[in-house]
Design a protein around this ligand. Structure first.
Ligand SMILES: Cc1cc2nc3c(=O)[nH]c(=O)nc-3n(C[C@H](O)[C@H](O)[C@H](O)COP(=O)(O)O)c2cc1C
Length: 418
């Protein structure tokens, strides 16, 4: 992080963040992390700076030691931090921006404007907003720049889609160039597109996908842009299949999630690898866990939030707030709510009590997954909730003979040896 901060083009800003958040020698394990303000339509400057710098550092570190392009992925639905995130990533020379979980038609134009450090806007979705309401997010790079900079490189923009109609809509309606598509099937890790039509479930309670949810890959090819296939493509056979269907390549996540270099904490990684080896790994597509309302893939793991008793033992608290939705208050102002927050608070903001059932705090769980659980007053330690694709059951194939761990290079070798 320090290395990244040292390369941030605006050193006074980097220094402010270092002073505010670094602890010499690191945080004692039992001490809580400092809270940051939550994103809102008019976030405090301190938070905008933190978001910009964080995205810069993330991309900067990923670009170290090689010349390959690095992409960054955002969920369209998490709109409040979009503009400062994109600008920070572009300052670090991000090569690709990938976005799903929504319809990102207004992103390409933002990328075009940031090339010349121009101000950008983004339409915030506000539940119950009225026509005249000001729901536009705005970011003006020149309010943050400590000096003039040369124009930035415009990253390529790939939209993540799970239907043909979404691909054509993006091409028709985007406010700038879409450079390609990632076609994601419902076996992919993370959030999945919900099935089309009336909600239906399999006997286990997972969303049931049918014929209508299949993407016609040939038709994607006819749009004339490169595309990548994702969701269960982490094998040489599936890679070959994708290439012969005209894909430029595949997007693979689950296989890399459990490799030695991944940031998933070691105890979770090891336990799930062992389950995969012994044939006991199981991924549940949870229709309600995510406050985004998208189905969310959950690896079943004792001690994690996939377990009902662990979930019920957690006092509901919303202090990171990335998944909060904006809504119009009766007074006409904009406020924010999350169906994972304490039920009484959510309901007092006009949320429906039934929408809170089974919701999990992905924000706190995901930072716990990477080994940074928040420590609550009274000592409660936040637990993780591991997402993984259906391919979790297959990851043992990457283990070299007689080894209990594998590397990212082992995955690449395996994928390419055909
Ligand atoms: C741990 C994990 C986190 C993920 N997070 C995101 C995400 O934030 N945004 C996104 O678009 N896709 C996300 N995905 C989906 C992947 O980008 C990818 O498309 C998909 O998992 C590929 O399928 P595979 O896991 O079978 O290889 C995630 C997947 C995993 C396994």
């Amino acid at each position: 992080m320090r290395r990244g901060l040292d390369h941030f083009p605006f050193p006074r800003m980097a220094e402010r963040i270092w002073q505010a958040y670094s602890i010499p020698g690191g945080k004692p394990e039992s001490q809580s992390y400092l809270s940051t303000p939550m994103h809102s339509k008019d976030s405090p400057r301190e938070l905008v700076e933190l978001c910009m710098v964080a995205n810069f550092v993330e991309v900067f570190l990923a670009r170290e030691g090689h010349d390959n392009p690095v992409g960054i992925n955002y969920l369209e639905k998490i709109q409040l931090p979009h503009l400062s995130s994109l600008y920070g990533a572009m300052l670090a020379g991000v090569g690709y921006v990938l976005m799903g979980a929504g319809i990102p038609v207004k992103i390409p134009g933002v990328l075009d404007g940031f090339v010349n450090h121009e101000a950008a806007t983004y339409p915030l979705q506000v539940a119950g907003a009225q026509d005249a309401a000001d729901t536009t997010l705005k970011f003006v790079p020149r309010e943050f720049m400590e000096r003039d900079l040369a124009p930035l490189t415009r990253p390529k923009f790939l939209a993540i889609i799970a239907s043909n109609v979404l691909a054509t809509t993006l091409l028709k309606k985007s406010n700038g160039r879409v450079d390609g598509f990632v076609v994601e099937r419902s076996s992919a890790g993370g959030h999945n597109a919900p099935p089309r039509g009336k909600p239906q479930f399999n006997p286990a309670g997972e969303p049931a996908y049918g014929e209508r949810d299949k993407v016609e890959v040939e038709k994607i090819g006819e749009l004339g842009l490169p595309f990548w296939l994702a969701g269960g493509y982490g094998s040489p056979e599936k890679l070959r299949e994708a290439l012969s269907a005209g894909a430029a390549g595949v997007q693979v996540a689950t296989a890399f999630e459990f490799c030695a270099e991944s940031g998933l904490r070691d105890d979770y990684k090891q336990a799930l690898l062992e389950k995969a080896v012994s044939g006991h790994a199981r991924v549940f597509t949870d229709p309600v866990a995510s406050p985004t309302n998208f189905p969310f893939k959950v690896a079943q793991l004792e001690g994690s939030m996939s377990e009902q008793d662990v979930y019920l033992a957690r006092p509901r608290i919303c202090d990171l707030g990335y998944l909060r939705e904006a809504y119009r208050t009766p007074e006409g102002t904009i406020d924010y709510r999350c169906s994972g927050e304490p039920v009484t608070i959510y309901v007092s903001k006009g949320g429906k009590p039934e929408d809170t059932v089974g919701r999990k705090c992905l924000c706190n769980s995901l930072v716990a997954n990477i080994g940074h659980p928040q420590i609550r007053k009274g000592g409660h330690v936040e637990r993780g909730l591991v997402t993984a694709g259906d391919d979790l059951t297959e990851i043992a194939r990457f283990l070299p003979p007689n080894k209990s761990a594998y590397s990212a290079a082992d995955v690449i070798t395996k994928l390419l040896n055909a």
